[in-house]
Design a protein. Structure first.
Length: 277
């Protein structure tokens, strides 16, 4: 496994390789990330993983400074997973002095995470466009856990005709339903015990949907009620939206995304389930 920090060295290592799968990450890897790596390993001749805590996708009052990092551990996990190339650039390699370009995907970024975290998806789209340019992946692997991010990346690729196949892989969860996330490491023991309430709330909506409920507000209310029952948790937003446009629905007639963001103390967690999948 080659660990590369500069664009020039990565381009040199990539030259001459054919089919390549890229898994972009911010590191502090868990089984969710490793499921994407395993999928890429199964589908691509060469597997590359990027590890970059992208400063431009964090708001001024967000957790950039305290975001968990453990590069030696990450590299051990990636080596064991059979990864060929790791791109782990320092921030100045990605954003050198004078960098002044922003890739902005409109529409689908106005709502949900985009409404609460202004500038977040411009940061994501810019760094992903840059990673695609440097790495030149045949396929790029993203998680359903970050559902809106997946929609944004698919739109970026379609709108700019980027020659990349975007693969979205299912959310990996703990046995109690909590979606794996690097941010779970922020949780106290008490908050961790409360955290599966998010998946319970989403599952309540999915059960109501599967029992025939099509009124989106009734599904949102079902989720609100489950979250309200957990005093440590407060709701940022709850949504039942069209899975492709992310517009809020009145009636669920197409494939829909039930999603939410909650706060547990100072930690913000997101999760979702697809209705009608
Ligand atoms: P991150 O390091 O949080 O930026 O995540 C890197 C990639 O892993 C993104 O495509 C995420 O959607 C994906 N990912 C994060 N958590 C999970 C999970 N629990 N299951 C599947 N994919 C995940």
């Amino acid at each position: 496994m080659q660990v590369i920090e500069t664009v020039a060295e990565f381009r040199a290592a990539r030259a001459g390789l054919g089919d390549l799968g890229l898994v972009p990450t911010m590191g502090y890897l868990h089984e969710g990330h490793l499921s994407l790596v395993a999928r890429a390993r199964a589908e691509c001749a060469t597997v590359a993983v990027s590890i970059f805590v992208n400063p431009t996708q964090f708001g001024p009052n967000e957790d950039l400074a305290r975001y968990p990092r453990d590069l030696p551990r990450d590299l051990g996990l990636l080596e064991a997973a059979g990864v060929d190339l790791v791109f782990a650039p320092p921030p100045a390699e990605v954003y050198p002095p004078g960098f002044d370009t922003v890739v902005e995907v409109r529409g689908v970024t106005d709502v949900l995470e985009g409404a609460v975290r202004p500038g977040h998806f411009a940061g994501v789209a810019t760094v992903v466009a840059k990673l695609f340019s440097v790495v030149q992946p045949t396929r790029a692997y993203f998680g359903q856990k970050d559902a809106q991010q997946s929609v944004v990346i698919k739109k970026l690729v379609r709108d700019l005709n980027l020659p990349v196949e975007v693969v979205i892989a299912p959310t990996v969860r703990e046995a109690d339903g909590l979606a794996l996330s690097s941010r779970n490491s922020y949780l106290t023991r008490e908050q961790r015990a409360a955290a599966p309430q998010i998946h319970r709330a989403l599952s309540a909506a999915k059960a109501r949907f599967e029992a025939g409920e099509r009124n989106a507000e009734a599904l949102r209310d079902a989720m609100r009620a489950v979250i309200a029952a957990q005093p440590l948790m407060s709701l940022d937003y709850v949504s039942v939206a069209d899975a492709d446009t992310l517009r809020e629905l009145a009636v669920v007639e197409t494939r829909a995304l039930a999603s939410m963001a909650v706060r547990l103390g100072t930690t913000r967690l997101i999760d979702n389930l697809v209705l009608g999948a």
